[in-house]
Design a protein around this ligand. Sequence first.
Ligand SMILES: *Cc1c(COP(=O)(O)O)cnc(C)c1O
Length: 362
Amino acid sequence: MNIPFLDLKAVLVPHRAEIEAAISDVLDSGQTILGPQVSAFEDEFARYCGVRHAIGVASGLDALILMLRGLGLAPGDEVIVPANTYIATVLAVTAAGCTPVLADPDPHTMALDPLRVERLVTARTRAVIAVHLYGRVCDMSELRAVCARHGLRLLEDAAQAHGAVEGDRHAGALGDAAAFSFYPTKNLGALGDGGAVTTDDDAVAARIRMLRNYGSVEKNVHVVKGVNSRLDELQAAVLRVRLRHLDDENDRRRRIAARYATMLADTGLDLPDWNGKDHVFHLYVVRSGARDALAAGLAVAGIGTAIHYPVPPHRQPAYREMQSTHLPVAELLAGEVLSLPANPSLSEDQQERVAEVLRALN
Ligand SMILES: *Cc1c(COP(=O)(O)O)cnc(C)c1O
């Protein structure tokens, strides 16, 4: 049996009729960009996250950039980000003209370590971006305390964590502002690119609304030097459908994770740690010192895996200036992490097969 790492077509099958109806509604409306579907989605997503505002933009990267610009961060400002994040988090800081400061993650949780973050704070630090990597919310209460002590903004990169909760609050409502991606493979995915910023701050929301649309609130009046980063009606209509199923799909992802935890308990693999609904398993990531051999063995058996991420941002050619930075935990993780098939369409039989091959390889 061939098991792809991710079968997006299979993930979308249960929603096909609803998505087709939503697309028809858009065709009937004759509206294409920043229309009623976008407004309705922004309201529904803000309500879902438990914040006053959601602003739809063109991608997750743009959401991060416009979040930083909307908060008034400027050249010279330092922003602390985890060293083991997807490159987009770091690129956004650079694109906003700020300086990324990479924090080595906690080796156990693989998330920002509040103690290390505090050690990196300087007189120029303005913000910390907590990345809820793989779908698990960071230790926000400790990060909140560090940010409060030093007068920093606490921001979220929630691109992998739609629907994850801390206590009774959702990702997107855990800091001063949050950025989401709706890239098709995310837990809440469109049929193309999309993103959103969430915040409770009316002024920040108003500024991001201007920035995304040529710096304009009123036609032909450009208040700030904005960009074109708008969400379109088709994507918003699809996202409204998928938002209605997000909690169910996240429950499926958690059930898959719980089954893996049982099936792989004796393999010696380092399995993800989680607690209730703090994890929405955008990715199910195991760790092993023999990662490459495991991935190769699974591939021979027809099972797809992926690595998130094999090369940390400071080792990328684009960040040549950081090549000499030594971030031992991020570098170790890059050699050990392996993402197993775990999307909501994965059947129990498929999962049993993945586990069987993994057990045989160990
Ligand atoms: C996907 C992702 C992004 C970027 O989202 P795009 O929509 O692809 O621009 C940013 N941060 C993280 C952690 C992501 O996983």
